[in-house]
Design a protein around this ligand. Structure first.
Ligand SMILES: [Fe+2]
Length: 298
């Protein structure tokens, strides 16, 4: 399976980064990452220096997303492809390289409105990943830290950015009725064995948040269950209880973060292979489960 790029990190902006510390650290069970400068708090789910960077900002949304090239050749080829597809790239500064802990960085604004950074050489943390809450660790080797799903009204432009620009391929898509008479389309894209590193939801109108959810894939179904118990013990909304998705077969649940976007904790998704011939439409999100369990406390 070719593997030119993988999801390196996700940047989130919230008015108070410490407001997400209990959520990421104690509910999801991520490990603290290394300092990234200023008041940015970072989190990790493997040996990389950081995978989530939570910075100060008014948005309560994704601020940037990083795609790590597998090597220098992949970096140059991906940058060239982005430029050929019409996306202007600006060079990251030395301060950017230090903050992101990478060797190279170019960036552009994605059509869904979030800064997209192509990087290489994401630093390893000084210590190995350890989380007593998620002891089995996460699936990241060669597939990036997880996946992110964005809602956008610029649906076709965003798809072109992923496919023509970054070199993703579509895995499959879902069209389902989200409410009576209202259909939602979601397309799923891979850039390595992970079924999707990015998915796009076709927003019917501009939504307050581009980031719908970010997913972390545990090596253990039991760790997912324990994370569900921790989420249940909070008063956070649980928009989707335990279930299994139809297209990527992920066993997972979704909990709403205090910032509004959701976090999916999953296990056991199927992987994309070189001979993938299952790029087809699904008409349901889940084989079973993923029921709406609990609304936010009002
Ligand atoms: Fe997901």
């Amino acid at each position: 399976m070719r593997r030119d790029i993988e999801l390196a990190y996700l940047g989130i902006a919230v008015p108070d980064p410490t407001a997400l510390t209990a959520f990421f650290g104690e509910t999801i069970g991520l490990a603290p990452g290394e300092p990234a400068g200023d008041d940015t708090l970072t989190w990790r789910n493997d040996d990389a220096a950081h995978r989530l960077l939570v910075q100060t900002g008014p948005e309560c949304d994704a601020a940037f997303i990083g795609f790590e090239a597998a090597d220098e050749v992949a970096f140059d080829a991906t940058a060239a492809r982005l430029r050929t597809a019409g996306f202007e790239l600006s060079e990251g500064s030395d301060a950017d390289l230090r903050a992101r802990r990478v060797e190279r960085l170019v960036r552009t604004i994605s059509p869904w409105g979030v800064s997209a950074e192509l990087v290489s050489g994401l630093a390893k943390a000084a210590s190995p990943y350890v989380s007593p809450l998620m002891p089995a660790g996460f699936v990241t080797d060669g597939v990036g830290f997880g996946h992110a799903v964005f809602a956008t009204t610029a649906f076709e432009e965003s798809a072109a950015f992923l496919v023509d620009g970054l070199g993703f391929a579509q895995s499959d898509w879902i069209v389902f009725e989200i409410a009576e008479g209202i259909e939602l389309e979601v397309r799923f894209y891979h850039c390595n064995r992970r079924h999707h590193s990015v998915a796009l939801a076709k927003a019917p109108f501009e939504l307050p948040q581009a980031l719908h959810h970010v997913m972390f894939e545990s090596n253990s179904a039991d760790d997912v269950g324990a994370a569900f118990d921790r989420a249940w013990a909070t008063d956070l909304a649980i928009p989707n209880g335990l279930g299994r998705h139809d297209n990527d077969r992920m066993f997972s649940f979704y909990v709403a973060s205090p910032a509004g976007f959701m976090v999916e904790v999953g296990h056991g998704a199927r992987v994309v292979t070189d001979d993938w011939d299952d790029n087809r439409q699904y008409d349901r999100v889940s084989m079973w489960g993923h029921q709406p369990l609990r609304q936010a406390a009002s």
